[in-house]
Ligand binder design. Structure first.
Ligand code: NAD
Ligand code: LMR
Length: 328
């Protein structure tokens, strides 16, 4: 029997990421080739016309799975019946800024959207926050949605995960698909800690295949600072790769992760690996198609544990900033 359409809300749909994202949602790459979608685009009023242009192109693709498009500047309308929400709409950083510098510009967007989700979304709503600083914005949105389980608010660390897979695969001259069990601990910030301790490459431990100096001096900083490198090269922040990571995140969450592997997602900590409860934090996770489960019981080295704590402290400091600005 044919599936009923689900509502997918995309905020900032007329922006750079939105322009890559909506086409892939409509083509079925996010939720599968048999799942019809209705796309609800939320934009600020001056960008509604641009969103209409994107919608015209979406229609021109004649995607069989696209059941309809709504365009609005009202969050209550955009999140009405929302099953999947991708919270992208917000300002990107410019060269020389850290993502946390966006708290005062962007933080205020996510409280009202959290409330609109609380009041209007479907009972099974799942939210991915992409707008930076993503982890902190996910905490802000969840705090304004007391009737929605906090576990439904994720922040995007999949781009960091994909970057780490790609860097290791390139170093070892293997396809990305050979690399399993990557982890990126922490915050989507330059402090994140990409960790290959448990990685397997074609079934063999990755640790023996690269030396510590390459990991510390090249791999970790390259992955952690990739966003800034892209801004420097392109003059604007990553867009197609960010959209691809958002598709990957939602696909893994909704369709499940394959046996023998895991992915990185920022989800509210329940205290795993010493990360204080409630922080939105990048963990290794698996999904059964409904809920994420943190991969627990990994033997963590002292060095990694100190990186996990450092990141948690930085993430907590961002929440303190949000509180001091009166955003939450
Ligand atoms: P962009 O400026 O091209 O587009 C942003 C869009 O959001 C614009 O169309 C704007 O009108 C809209 N917008 C602004 N405020 C809004 C609001 N209150 N409601 C709805 N829409 C609103 O930016 P972009 O390149 O698409 O990046 C968007 C965000 O994603 C930035 O914060 C960027 O830093 C972040 N980002 C995150 C990751 C990640 O891995 N988490 C990766 C790349 C970019
Ligand atoms: C990225 O990682 O590419 C995005 O978060 C954009 C940025 O500001 O780095």
């Amino acid at each position: 029997m044919a599936k009923s359409p689900v509502n997918v809300t995309v905020t900032g749909a007329a922006g750079n990421i939105g322009y890559s994202l909506v086409f892939r949602i409509a083509s079925g790459e996010m939720l599968g080739p048999d799942q019809p979608v209705r796309i609800k685009m939320l934009e600020i009023t001056p960008a509604l016309k641009a969103a209409e242009g994107t919608a015209m192109e979406l229609n021109d693709c004649a995607f069989p799975l696209l059941d309809g498009i709504d365009i609005t500047d009202d969050p209550n309308v955009a999140f009405s019946g929302c099953n999947f929400g991708l919270l992208v709409g917000s300002m990107p950083r410019k060269q020389g800024m850290e993502r946390a510098d966006l708290i005062s510009a962007n933080g205020g967007i996510f409280g009202p959207q959290g409330k609109a989700i609380n009041d209007n979304a479907a009972d099974d709503v799942r939210i991915l926050v992409v707008g930076n600083p993503a982890n902190t914005n996910a905490v802000i949105a969840a705090a304004s949605a007391p009737d929605v389980p906090a576990s439904r608010f994720n922040a995007m660390m999949r781009l960091d995960h994909n970057r780490a897979l790609s860097q290791l695969a390139e170093k070892l001259n293997v396809p990305v698909s050979s690399v399993k069990k990557m982890i990126v601990w922490g915050n989507h910030s330059a402090d994140q800690y990409p960790d290959i301790s448990f990685c397997e490459v074609d079934g063999k431990p990755a640790c023996g295949l690269v030396d510590e100096a390459w990991l510390d001096d090249y791999f970790v900083p390259t992955v952690a600072k990739r966003g800034a490198a892209i801004i420097e090269a392109r003059g604007k922040s990553s867009a197609a790769s960010a959209a691809a990571a958002a598709i990957d995140h939602m696909h893994s969450w909704a369709c499940g992760t394959p046996a023998g592997d895991w992915v990185t997602a920022a989800i509210p900590s329940a205290g795993q690996y010493g990360v204080p409860e409630g922080l939105s934090y990048g963990f290794p996770v698996t999904s059964d198609g409904k809920e994420w489960k943190v991969v627990e019981g990994l033997e963590i080295s002292e060095k990694t544990q100190s990186k996990i704590k450092f990141n948690a402290d930085k993430a907590a400091a961002e929440i303190d900033t949000v509180k001091s600005l009166g955003i939450m």
